[in-house]
Design a protein around this ligand. Structure first.
Ligand code: B4P
Length: 192
């Protein structure tokens, strides 16, 4: 299995780049944001619980997200590899992922971290909010809250992977195509 993590703040382009990456490398896309939005649209108990957190710019509790990832992983046991998008977002999630991959006798090959300035991120998210219908994108206060949560809870995840020499920063500003090429360059170094 060949597993990658696409890491970065809200609006850094993880979802945008994932579509092309899964196609090029034949991976299964595991976006916790998409899975949670799907649960919300189906009004499942998990979705109803998650919605309150997401609308406020907070993270959904670890046990909820980890359980969801676990069952998605089991549903795709034949996968050649996974592209984790927006997961892990806390150190506890990173540790749970390590254990899960260990059980499956596989590991993370690389963490690709998109770096974008906060001003550019706010612009992108407010812009997406005009058409996405996502309630967490329309209010600048909620967007700023998401950045604060990112700094406090998600940034420490970088250290977890730096220690394992798997962390690769990538300039996340420029055209979608330029950024895609930079990501592929890093991935290709891992494929021997
Ligand atoms: P996510 O769905 O993961 O989304 P995101 O961080 O908002 O955005 P992403 O980085 O994917 O940005 P995109 O490509 O769309 O999370 C949403 C919420 O779900 C979280 O706040 C949290 O509450 C919850 N959640 C998810 N995972 C969780 C977890 N593991 N634990 C707990 N809670 C979790 O790009 C954004 C915009 O920029 C788009 O409009 C795009 O068109 C534009 N854009 C992209 N690249 C561009 C470029 N190069 N130039 C200009 N614009 C660009």
């Amino acid at each position: 299995m060949f597993n990658l993590i696409l890491f970065g703040p809200p609006g850094s382009g993880k979802g945008t780049q994932s579509d092309s990456l899964v196609e090029k490398y034949g991976l299964i896309h595991l976006s916790t944001g998409n899975l949670l939005r799907e649960e919300i649209s189906q009004k499942t108990p998990l979705g109803i619980e998650a919605k309150g957190f997401m609308d406020n710019g907070q993270l959904v509790p670890d046990e909820v997200v980890i359980g969801m990832v676990d069952s998605y992983f089991d549903k795709h046991s034949e996968a050649k590899g996974f592209l984790f998008d927006g997961f892990p977002r806390t150190v506890a999630q990173a540790e749970a992922l390590d254990k899960l991959l260990d059980l499956k006798k596989t590991e993370i090959a690389a963490v690709l971290a998109l770096e974008v300035s906060e001003e550019e991120l706010v612009k992108r998210l407010l812009n997406r909010g005009k058409t996405s219908g996502r309630s967490d994108d329309t209010n600048e206060e909620v967007i700023r809250k998401r950045f604060a949560v990112y700094s406090n809870e998600t940034k420490p995840v970088a250290q977890h992977y730096k220690k394992a020499h798997k962390f690769h920063p990538i300039k996340g500003e420029g055209t979608v195509d330029e950024i895609f090429k930079s990501i592929c360059k890093e991935i290709d170094k891992k494929i021997v």
